[in-house]
Design a protein around this ligand. Sequence first.
Ligand code: ADP
Length: 434
Amino acid sequence: KDLSTDVLVIGGGGAGLVSAITAAENGANVVLVEKMPAVGGNTIISATGITASDTQLHKDSGISFTVEDHYKRTIETGKGLADEKLVRILVENSSDAYDWLVSLGLSYKIQSAEEPFWIVPTEGHYGAELIKAYQAEAGKHKNLEIKLNTKATELVTEEGKIVGAKVQGQDGEYVIKAKAVILATGGLNNAPDMIAEYNPNYKGVHAEMTTPGPTGDGIKMAVEVGAKLRDMDLFQMRPLSSNGNWYRETIITEEGKGGILVNLDGDRFVDETMKIWDLASEILKQKEGTAYIIFDTDVYDTKDGKKAFDLGKGIKADTIEELAVQLGLDPAKLKDTVDAYNAGQDPFNRKAMGKITAAPFYGVKTLPSSHYTMGGVSINENAQVLKEDGTTIEGLYAAGEIVGGLYGAGRVAGNNTLDDIVFGKIAAKHAIGK
Ligand code: ADP
């Protein structure tokens, strides 16, 4: 029951669907395998919007966000560690990517003059509508077959060239032969053990707001055929999250507001207002890799405070001692910690001290979690996967979160669905010689 096709796409999130559509509309026969019972990946839960520059929307509204602004924002957010050549390609193609989304029937607006980089849907959930539109487009192509519940397990090589993959479907294991394979398996968000292997600071991290599929399969398969990885120690981590949901850090960082973090001994251990991505690893160093966020009514009354309390199934009490008892912390200790903080005593040089004095008081347990995988396989400008020596692995392409190099040490939110489109299209076109 082995199959043969022109292009095999592995993974049915944003990048996989875009590659498959592009190859199919250019006349190639395409098989896309998705290991889950549905397509969508983590793309389907992305909520923000797309980052795009110099789009028709910008021209029409007179709100400016230029390709150069976009480039600068991406490089700076990545602390200079991203691949400049890839970022250049990303930003120069964002307006076309936007036009393509519109051609699929989607409708967007600019978020605001203050945030001119985000293009957000005029209605509906961003990621869900995106995937719905991709699926509808994919369905138009008879030469594109999507096989659900089908997991790629190994790339097949012949004389150093990738010629297909072994897959495990509902009816057993077989090989799909292809002239080119596009890896689009996403990141490591649902693979906390792999994250800790690549960066021991994140030992104990939790999988957060992820669909089940992104478990690093593509990274493993690529490594087996000699792919070069880059930036694998770089992840975007959410310091504050509970029960698989993250909430905004403003509850501990906002100027003059008093949210603090304490460990299971009831001690503060960090400047809570430090860079949020570094904060996660500080929490993970504490006992059980966890901390409690302690705040008062002033913080609770902000939208983010209530949200954290609800999502984290928090505890509320009239006094700090009572709160400690209910959280399982030492009451005298927590009282001392809060009193010291309120008195402005701070060994961690916190920049914006506040006070925790307005009863009732709140405690929420946080378990840091993974949000985005920055690193991944190295690719060139054609989305071809590179070996350690910088040469290409013939027949192998990658697009989407599996790719390293677009983000460096920080991701601009909304660039990720853009890179699915830009590099998904590049991979597909190059794979079929267009
Ligand atoms: P991207 O934005 O890069 O497309 P997503 O997380 O949206 O990333 O999508 C990745 C998709 O790849 C998920 O739907 C996931 O289930 C799928 N996937 C991961 N590993 C495999 C595999 N071994 N075989 C088939 N599909 C896979």
